[in-house]
Design a protein around this ligand. Structure first.
Ligand code: E4P
Length: 217
């Protein structure tokens, strides 16, 4: 499973990139607003920091304007993926861009039939939002399961990019289903490494090592 980080915080991206665990980055207009930075500048900086796909979202709602915005965003780096919303205009823009060889991430997906449309439009990634699904009383992971079945039935190569991830259990469930990518806030990526028994074990080993009075170096 690929790991993307869902943030526009370049310090976080740089730190996570150094771990070698990061396969890409997703952003959205809300994350850009949170960063307080210029959209084009921050996307260009992120594209330099990571080798993998960097999703930059259009803000227009009409297909023609989306395509104009996409053309500008694509100048910011060779690894820019254009993120479009799952609307009929977004799908039209997705088809045009993917026919031109551009990677497209179709976002704000809340049903398996929406995901089917995105695959037919040639999306490189579909972003189903599991956390927002859970928030309103639905089971976000059953959506991932349904999309996996449909994409496998027809051998679509659109990657399932699990979005709106809130905690490590979402990542566990997505991996068991066979989702291709999880995009996570930095805190969730770090939480994946945490276990109280690891901490306790390390404390014990360190204390016992100190008793030996030895040093490796
Ligand atoms: C995905 O690309 C979105 O940016 C993101 O995962 C949305 O997450 P949220 O529901 O926590 O805002």
């Amino acid at each position: 499973m690929k790991f993307f980080v869902d943030t526009a915080d370049t310090a976080e991206i740089e730190a996570l990139s150094r771990t070698g665990l990061l396969d890409g980055v997703t952003t959205n207009p809300s994350l850009i607003a949170k960063s307080g930075r210029n959209f084009l500048e921050v996307i260009a900086e992120i594209a330099r920091l990571v080798d993998g796909p960097v999703s930059a979202e259009v803000v227009a709602t009409g297909a023609d304007d989306m395509l104009r915005e996409a053309a500008k965003l694509l100048t910011l780096g060779d690894n820019i993926t254009i993120k479009v919303p799952l609307t009929m205009d977004g799908l039209r823009a997705c088809k045009t861009l993917s026919d031109d060889g551009v990677m497209v991430n179709v976002t704000l997906c809340f049903s398996a039939t929406q995901a089917l449309l995105a695959a037919k439009a040639g999306a490189a990634f579909i972003s189903p939002f599991v956390g927002r699904h859970d928030d309103v009383g639905f089971d976000g992971m059953s959506l991932i399961q349904d999309i996996r079945i449909i994409y496998d039935n027809y051998a679509f190569d659109t990657e399932i990019l699990v979005a709106s991830v809130r905690h490590p259990v979402h990542v566990l469930q997505a991996a068991k289903i066979g989702a291709d990518v999880c995009t996570m806030p930095p805190a969730v990526i770090r939480a994946l490494a945490n276990h109280p028994l690891t901490d306790r074990g390390l404390e014990g080993f360190s204390a016992d090592w100190a008793k030996t009075g030895q040093s490796i170096l």
